[in-house]
Ligand binder design. Sequence first.
Ligand code: M6R
Length: 608
Amino acid sequence: MCGIVGYIGFQNATPILVDGLKSLEYRGYDSSGVAVLNQNTIQVVRSEGKIIHLEDKLQKSVIEGCIGIGHTRWATHGKPVEKNAHPHIAHNTVLVHNGIIENYEELREQLRSEGVQFSSDTDTEVIPWLIDKYLEKEGDIEKALYKAISQLKGAFALALFSKSDPSTIYVAKNASPLIIGVGQNETFLSSDIPALLNHTKEVVILDDGQVAKLRADQIVITDFQQHVLDVTPRTITWSKEAAQKGGYDHFMLKEIHEQPSSIADCLRGRINDIAAEVDLSELSDPAFFDGVDTISILACGSSYHAALVGQYWLEKFVHIPVSVEIASEYRYRNPYMYPNTLSIAITQSGETADTLAAFSLAKSKGAKTLSICNVVDSSIARMGDEVLYTHAGPEIGVASTKAFTTQLVLLALVTLHMAKKNKTMAQEDIKKLTHDLLELPRTIEETLHMNEDIENICKQFTKARDFLYLGRGASYPIALEGALKLKEISYIHAEGYMGGELKHGPLALIDDEMPILALSQRGVLNEKMKSNVEEVNARGGQMITLSEEGDDTYAKISDVEIKIPHVHELILPIIQTIPLQLFSYYIAKRKGCDVDQPRNLAKSVTVE
Ligand code: M6R
């Protein structure tokens, strides 16, 4: 995610920037930095780790000036070390960036051939050098900025200033947030509204494709084609705490609603929409998946459920044997390792002790290794021969939501990538699916419209003591995930079951006090699930069904029917997850539970 701040006015910028960064620390905390202009000298101080380390450094090297920018980083390209911390500086321009520049390698090569020496491993550093290059040609920073922007592909929120125009901060936005705070003879900038509320309640929320020229007493906004836009500031009435959660009551709900953008970030640069194929050229070995005969996936908790969905997809679409292992068990077995095994560790934090130990065991037994992680440069990310990052951004709520769905998206991408390589899927089907994946952020947005309906449905289930979730096929792991979400945040006992297993025991639990939530399936499994639902009805259980629009299999046999958009079977588990997240959230909220920090749990389990 990363956080950006900026200030131009009559006060010393440094303490204002540091305060702003502290408010934005939830957006990233692996390194931070500030740049201030003082008598035509750009002073930069950067530090690895949390903002507190930056503050320590600033005590030793005082920097002062009335114009400045700052950044707190959540690494995407380049390790979380000081040289990769922002701001990044060229000869004349200093800049901070939130987002991912997809074509940075190409730009870097081009600039390198023109004599630029880069001092970081980031995608960001190409931007100040590109601006400097055009500044030299055009003699005007504004023109240079427009020219540079026209060459960038990807997501960016940028803030910069230049020695060539010492009374202006320039900003540009495409797909990453940027808010301007309007003061009295001073102008503020931030990635979110709360960081501004100590200074002003008057804000301009920039739209994609806009550039703003910020002076202490003037704000000019244009589009990328340089047309001036008429934008009126709005007044914010939220408290600072409410604003930190983006107006949501809890981080979990905010993170549920962030899924369209976190999935867009996860997909960014990984689908070549012209060739309609998956592009995993970020892997350092282009032949990484060649010769893989079997896959073993290691994970815990929600990440384990994502792995189970991946198993179903890989077996069905890549025709490859896949085993999925609970890491805490695997590490104490003496697992047999087939030759040419690919071991994949899936983890949000990248620090889960059991997954780390299991992955290390797989590696020591000679497996090729791939990490699927959210936290960049975490221990598990570093351990793998290759790593694919989910780019979900920091997840604050203990219950995994956006991290889980982005793990599924990456597994879908790996499935399509391998299916193409191994020629196990028709080109037409791959094309259709890559298109559907690109549409996924919009489909999730549409699914999230059911927020209030789910809130209402939940009212009748807050007193339940137990819950059963039923699924089959790739929806079975989603039943497990739904049950885990409910138990961890609402403390209601819940179990996920394969529909076919009901008659082998759990049916004995069912009476008119027991709610059961059944997930619809595709093809023959839908008929089977219908029979399972009827078995439950015959015993008086309260039946909630989750099915796609256009499927009326369950219309007459459900007490409550929840409808989701009709999607491809590979996308279905991702969409089914959304109402289950909302369901557990609203039940927990109505019960007055501590949704973001449930009792006895920690976000990252770094001990056994
Ligand atoms: O960071 P990891 O993905 O390795 O964490 C694994 C589990 O601890 C985690 O998914 C946990 O189950 C979540 N609280 C579930 O919401």
